[in-house]
Ligand binder design. Structure first.
Ligand code: GCB
Length: 614
């Protein structure tokens, strides 16, 4: 009888799982400005290198047959407590150590510095549901895979370490005490994006904020609002409601422009619009003007701050609001060099952008993956132009369809999150990927996805120098045909070549498009002073910058560059003792936050550029 009862319960449990489904809910636009219950702060965690809480001893995932009515004692996501003094439960989140969210175990927990694998995160919270409202659990990012459970029920999974995702958890929540469990796994995999081989630290954890948002039954799910590419003072875009039905009303208001308009959705629940405004103050690096934009539908109201500008290429020029623009740039990782951890807060963003302003840069390449949302939000306010990128880096499994789907997923989440940010002008598809037909097809598919989501920005990829012909360096990657901006990384003088030759190098670019040198640089240990021939010294790095700047204008169609990199960052590829100590030292700012000599060389160059009007 008991066996029969247990089997029945198991079947009911499985059916419940099938009903719930593990699919991710569509990403909600502008969670940044929605009221939310923050689930940041201390979480309990259990390190699980054997994935003991996920698989049973026959290596079958508990998810396959888990029954909430009879949870057993093996699945950690059930978070069970012994009900009787004879009960055996070999884990207890309440007794476990605590870890910060957002954060990374790699930095916060010394014994986990090198750990790559599964860690279970658990948090209790109190919740009072409001009738007729939906609850959406939103993660800014989890590196790299997340399996999410609410009150012991699986709500979904997500792959990709740098983009947001959310789940509708209305059904799983109850009044009063609730808990959420996340299985976080940062194992590197050959077919993943990125692959096993990178030059940055694989910070594991719930690395960005976690929020629980309340929305009415029907709400503003997504929108895209920008200045028309072709018609001055025309604001166009679309609003997507959560309910896919025709005839629903959506209100858009931009008070300062006296725009106040009622729209109606089509059968897809989408309302498209093009509204003429009198005179729009354009967003520009010199005057980053933002407008309050209010959207409402039924009970739902959401507000944003949006800048209106155009960005385009004309021959070999980049035009911002129709005017030629030179990109005085710098690359950044999402790492705080003072604390050696991932950036996640607005204060972190302020620090990074203040340094780029100190350098007199007007452009930042956010390498090599989407950074947290504070970056584009603050860049909008400060007037800094951005390049955003997905981690299609070095060797990707080009012929694997799942890998392509994964890359498209991360790309879609990045574009969706940031397509209302005026600061973002370039979407980058990849970094230093080896040329092959398979790679070309893969990247072309990404370009198509990008254009279908947002055709108002420019597309690029950090490519490479393809050999030399008669002493001329060739910029000829065939993928150049599909991008708006030809970008390439070059390390002449560091990875081969003599820096002395740089001013006399010859360059040929195959396409008549604007060129951005997306990386160049050399390593130096802060405080190590020697002479300009001694590698790793600040003097050497400064000299290296001088020589590169002397010759950089020999590159045809040059519209700007982003040297590698603003600050030193952690990397397991960099073991040289007493110099690197597991840090990539190409930063212009050191671990600890001090400016190296080369910082001032580049700053002088940018000051002069600006004085000359670009
Ligand atoms: C590159 C990569 C970058 C590395 C850098 C380096 O070309 O794009 O991720 O960190 O070189 O320092 O070698």
């Amino acid at each position: 009888m008991t066996i029969f009862k247990n089997t029945l319960l198991a079947i009911i449990g499985m059916l419940a799982l099938v009903n719930v489904g593990f699919a991710q809910s569509p990403l909600i636009q502008n969670v940044y400005n929605r009221e939310a219950l923050s689930l940041n702060g201390d979480w309990n965690y259990i390190v699980d290198p054997y994935e003991n809480g996920y698989y049973d001893y026959r290596r079958i995932p508990f998810d396959k047959y888990f029954n909430p009515a009879n949870p057993g004692s093996g699945a950690y996501f059930a978070n069970v407590k012994p009900a009787h003094k004879t009960d055996r439960v070999e884990y207890d989140f309440d007794l476990a150590d605590k870890i910060k969210v957002p954060g990374s175990w790699s930095v916060e927990k010394e014994p986990l510095h090198w750990y790559e694998g599964t860690v279970w995160y658990q948090k209790d919270f109190i919740f009072e549901p409001t009738a007729g409202e939906k609850s959406i659990l939103h993660f800014g990012a989890v590196n790299y895979e997340a399996e999410v459970y609410v009150n012991g029920i699986k709500v979904g999974t997500h792959v990709g370490g740098f983009t947001p995702f959310n789940f509708d958890v209305t059904e799983q929540l109850k009044a009063g005490d609730n808990f959420v469990v996340v299985k976080v796994d940062n194992t590197r995999k050959k077919d993943a994006v990125p692959t096993i081989n990178t030059d940055w630290w694989n910070h594991g954890g719930i690395t960005r904020e976690v929020k629980l948002i309340q929305v009415p039954e029907v709400f503003v799910a997504d929108y895209s609002i920008q200045l028309s590419k072709t018609q001055n003072n025309l604001i166009e875009g679309s609003v997507q409601l959560s309910e896919k039905a025709a005839g629903q009303s959506v209100h858009i208001a931009i008070p300062e422009l006296k725009i106040n308009k009622e729209l109606t959705t089509n059968a897809e629940g989408k309302a498209e619009f093009a509204i003429k405004a009198k005179k729009i103050t354009k967003w520009h690096v010199d005057k980053p003007y933002l407008y309050d934009v209010n959207l409402s539908a039924g009970q739902d109201v959401v507000s944003d701050r949006i800048g209106f500008r155009t960005i385009e290429v004309q021959g070999s020029d980049i035009l911002l609001n129709g005017e030629k623009l030179y990109l005085r740039g710098i690359c950044m990782h999402e790492e705080n060099p003072i604390e050696g951890r991932r950036n996640y807060s607005l204060e972190d963003a302020r620090m990074m952008f203040q340094w780029s302003k100190d350098l007199n840069a007007n452009f930042v390449r956010l390498a090599h993956y989407p950074h947290n949302e504070n970056m584009p939000r603050l860049a909008d306010e400060l007037g800094i132009l951005l390049w955003e990128e997905i981690p299609v880096y070095w060797t990707i499994d080009w012929t694997n369809e799942e890998t392509l789907a994964n890359a498209k997923g991360q790309l879609t989440e990045m574009v969706q999150r940031d397509r209302n940010r005026a600061s973002v002008i370039i979407w980058s598809m990849a970094n230093e990927t080896p040329v092959s037909e398979e790679r070309n097809q893969f990247l072309k598919a990404l370009v198509e996805t990008t254009r279908s989501l947002d055709n108002s920005r420019l597309i690029s990829a950090a490519m490479e120098v393809h050999g030399e012909e008669d002493g001329t360096k060739m910029i000829s990657d065939p993928f150049g045909e599909y991008v708006d901006i030809m970008s390439f990384n070059q390390y002449h003088g560091w990875y081969g070549g003599d820096i002395e030759d740089f001013p006399n190098l010859k360059w040929a670019v195959k396409y008549n498009k604007p060129v951005v040198v997306s990386e160049w640089g050399a390593g130096a240990k802060y405080g190590y002073r020697a002479d300009d021939q001694t590698i790793w010294s600040e003097d050497y790095q400064a000299y290296f910058y001088q020589k590169t700047l002397e010759g950089i204008n020999n590159i045809p169609n040059l519209a700007g560059f982003t040297p590698w990199i603003l600050a030193d960052f952690r990397s397991p590829r960099r073991p040289l003792a007493n110099i690197q100590d597991m840090w990539n030292r190409k930063g212009l700012i050191s671990e600890g936050g001090f400016k190296k000599q080369a910082f001032f060389v580049l700053k002088d160059y940018y000051d002069q550029k600006e004085a000359k009007g670009n």
